[in-house]
Design a binder for this molecule. Structure first.
Ligand SMILES: *Cc1c(COP(=O)(O)O)cnc(C)c1O
Length: 370
């Protein structure tokens, strides 16, 4: 007799389902025998600009050191980030993607008998990092698709160690103001670490979204997490970072894998932080693409959830799964969000103007077929 290794997994893990990523272009090309170059993927909030030439050049330079371990302390990148973010070097934690930062938080602060509070329709990684360590995931109903911060506050108890909030949130794109955030932080008990996930904050510059960094000095229980995967266009390299008090950074550093960020990623991220034009071009493209999609939705009589990210959820007013399948057959990959409790929506990443047009044409065609 062999053991039942599903039943032997700890209960929180048994209740998880594996993270479902956006469908890769090559996979769809294989399945439908399509030319991969004709496929449009607007499914994973990736940067449609392609890599910055400055980043490519930095990676080429770093290739010569491939046989060596990376700088486990990430000194060069941390220095740049500390300067950019107006914090000390010892307040920065580097992660293999910002998902790694979320996982470090879970490993360091959560355990059986403890809980993490987060919202309905929140990022899929929050339950994973919570239940992976046997802690309780306390999911609070959303309000108008966004976080109900007062409701989340009310759910906090003595056993709560972490609250995950995303601003803007993925997949909904919803956001909260500086005032709402400040009120929340003022009322959160001191024993609770608030993880403010700002994966899309670079897209929100100049809007009414608060900058989490403005709150770090006042709230020692705040950790801001950010990523190079979205606006900086480095999704495949996996780099993210956390900004917190030096004490929290020290704790996270104790559970971090010694070389969690590889040397090519470090080199690329250093080049990316200094590449203001790339960021600006991406922002402009995102802004116009967001309007392009909204105009298209309006023309099709469809509603959407207003978004501050590089993506938007369209409300199809019917089950979205068949429309998603229809779009695949048209060579367009978007993201179904039924697993986020949103069966009538599809999440579309803002692409290049031509990609957005391709998507809108395909959507019109699929919807007309009924
Ligand atoms: C994309 C995303 C991340 C970033 O993931 P990485 O691990 O940095 O690639 C984090 N949080 C949210 C809400 C996201 O959508």
């Amino acid at each position: 007799m062999s053991g039942n290794f599903l039943a032997l997994a700890q209960p929180g893990v048994q209740q998880l389902s594996p993270y479902v990523p956006g469908k890769p272009v090559d996979e769809l090309a294989r399945e439908l025998n399509l030319d991969p170059s004709k496929i449009v993927k607007l499914a994973s909030n990736e940067n449609p600009l392609g890599p910055s030439p400055k980043v490519l050049s930095a990676i080429r330079d770093a290739l010569a050191e491939l046989t060596r371990y990376p700088d486990g302390n990430g000194f060069a990148l941390k220095s740049l980030l500390a300067e950019n973010c107006r914090v000390d070097l010892n307040q920065v934690t580097l992660g293999n993607g910002s998902n790694d930062i979320l996982e470090l938080v879970g490993r360091a602060y959560l355990a059986p008998g403890l809980n993490a509070v987060f919202s309905e329709h929140a990022f899929a990684v929050y339950p994973i990092v919570t239940q992976a360590v046997g802690a309780e995931a306390r999911v609070i109903p959303a309000k108008d698709w966004g976080h109900d911060l007062p409701g989340m506050l009310a759910a906090i108890d003595e056993q709560t160690r972490v609250v995950f909030i995303a601003n803007p949130n993925n997949p909904t794109g919803t956001w909260f103001s500086a005032e709402v955030l400040d009120n929340f932080l003022q009322d959160v008990p001191e024993h609770v670490l608030v993880v403010l996930d700002e994966a899309y904050i670079e897209y929100a510059e100049g809007s009414d979204l608060p900058d989490g960094l403005d709150f770090l000095a006042a709230y020692p229980n705040l950790l801001v997490s950010r990523t190079f995967s979205k606006a900086y266009g480095l999704a495949s390299l996996r780099v993210g970072y956390g900004l917190s008090t030096a004490v929290v950074a020290d704790v996270l550093n104790r559970v971090r894998q010694p070389f969690n960020v590889n040397s090519l990623a470090l080199a690329a991220a250093c080049a990316a932080v200094q590449d203001a034009e790339y960021l600006e071009e991406g922002r402009r493209l995102n802004e116009s693409g967001m309007l392009q999609l909204q105009e298209g939705f309006r023309g099709l009589g469809l509603g959407w959830i207003p978004s501050k990210g590089n993506f938007i959820c369209v409300d199809l007013g019917q089950e979205a799964a068949p429309v998603f399948q229809g779009l695949l057959r048209e060579g367009v990959i978007v993201r179904p969000v039924a697993n986020y409790g949103m069966p009538n929506h599809l999440r579309i990443t803002i692409g290049l103007p031509a990609e957005n047009s391709r998507f809108l044409e395909a959507l019109a065609k699929v919807l007309a077929r009924g």
